[in-house]
Write a protein of this length. Structure first.
Length: 41
């Protein structure tokens, strides 16, 4: 049971890191796109 809990925690941790990194990449990409589309005044 302890080993299962350890593996589960590790998987959740890695998945969380992957999601955060993916969202950061998406945010930076969409932000760059928005800046390009935004008319400069």
């Amino acid at each position: 049971m302890n080993e299962y809990l350890l593996v589960f925690t590790f998987v959740v941790f890695v998945a969380g890191l992957a999601v955060v990194a993916y969202q950061n990449i998406n945010y930076g990409s969409s932000r760059h796109k928005h800046n390009l589309n935004k008319p400069s005044t």
